[in-house]
Each structure stands twice: as C-alpha cells, then as structure tokens.
Design a protein. Structure first.
Length: 225
C-alpha cells in the first residue's frame, strides 16, 4: 500500500496578524497542508524560511522595513526550490512584472476566492506558475503595450519548432499535463522540453519563460482546453 502523500508545508509572511490567522485557519481545514510558521516582516521571513525549508511561502508585497520584493530576492538565494507566491492588494502591472522577473512562482490578489487560493497553492507546490486571472490580462497588456527590453532574437533561434510551440503554451499559462494532452505527447516529454527551453534561454523558472514569451508576442490565442 502506498504511503500517504507528504503534506504541503507553508510559511506565511505578512505584517497583518489577523490576515495570517485567517489563512492559517483556511489551510488547516485541508489535510494536505501544514502551516509550519509565520513571520510579520521580511527579515524574520527569510530567517524562518532558511530554518523550515517550506514547500510554499505566501508573501505580502507591502510590508514595513524590507519590502516583499527584496524579501523574495533574498529568500530565493537561500531557498531556490521554495515556491514563493506574492499575496497582495497591489494590482499594479509593474509590481507583478517585477515579482515574476525576481523568481516568484505566483502572484495573487488578497480578495480572491478561498477555494481558488487553495488550488493555487497546490499548483505552485507542483511546480506550476499561478496568477490571478485579472493580473494575467494586465501582464499581457503591460508587456505588449510597454517597451520591455527584448532578448536577443538569436535566443529564440536556439529553440526547435516544438520548443517554440511549448513556450507559447507556457505564455498562456498551460500546465505540463494540458500541453501533453494538446500535443499528444507524454507529460515527461513536455518536462524535458521545458527544461531545455529554460537552459537555452538562460531562465530559471516557467514563470520567467512565460514572461519572455509574452514579451515576444507568443501568447496569442486563447488557452486551449
């Protein structure tokens, strides 16, 4: 008989005590989560992340002292395998872009539905990027309407046609399972292609690959499903 799956360990970093309590209560109602710690500021959050090595960190963007973005950057230096989700009230496209470029696994708004948050944490723990739906639209508009510094076109030339196809899927937020079903290939094959894409483009995460792809106009078309 298979052993029960290990619960997803979560660290909460937010300066509002009542908000942390609410999130803790929500997650504790699900047997596949365990809240391993809390922190009220970025410095303590980094310290606890190094000690506890959580699977997921829910991180506020605007905190006194060290900002959420600074906390994110320093935290990932010490805990590169931890999935960090910004959980914030900011709906500014600049904040979203900065967080994703710094390595955040996700960006969610604090007024989201509780069930959506639970699903998003599970997806992030499984390696998938998670964005609030409204922020996905803003990201595309920001990158297409702004003037982001483009990567050298030669970087895209390094990709095979199949890798470009999968990169476009990443830009639309599709999971490996979804991509595999759409392209009629094994999910393990998709994972290998994603790894090759990250290596060739010198990127460290699927989210960064998605940002790269959107910036190059590769997100056209609706998410297939």
């Amino acid at each position: 008989m298979n052993a029960p799956a290990k619960p997803i360990s979560v660290l909460l970093v937010d300066d509002h005590t009542l908000f942390r309590s609410g999130i803790r209560s929500l997650l504790q109602r699900n047997s596949d989560f365990v809240v391993v710690g809390e922190a009220a500021d970025g410095i303590d959050g980094i310290k606890r992340a190094k000690q506890l090595r959580p699977d997921v960190v829910l991180l506020d963007l605007n905190m006194p002292g060290m900002s959420g973005l600074e906390t994110l950057q320093l935290l990932l230096q010490d805990c590169p395998d931890t999935a960090v989700i910004l959980l914030t009230v900011s709906e500014e496209a600049d904040d979203l872009t900065a967080a994703l470029q710094a390595g955040a696994r996700g960006y969610l708004i604090k007024n989201i539905d509780a069930d959506y948050l639970v699903r998003a944490i599970r997806r992030a723990a499984a390696g998938e990027p998670v964005l609030a739906e409204a922020m996905t639209t803003k990201l595309v508009a920001h990158l297409q309407g702004g003037t982001p510094k483009p990567e050298p076109q030669s970087d895209l030339d390094k990709l095979t046609p199949r890798e470009r196809e999968i990169l476009a899927c990443l830009a639309r937020g599709e999971s490996n399972k979804h991509i595999a079903r759409t392209l009629d290939v094994a999910e393990s094959t998709v994972k290998i292609h994603v790894q090759n894409i990250l290596k060739k483009l010198n990127l460290s995460s699927r989210v960064q690959a998605a940002v790269f792809a959107v910036g190059h106009g590769m997100a056209a078309g609706e998410k297939r499903g």
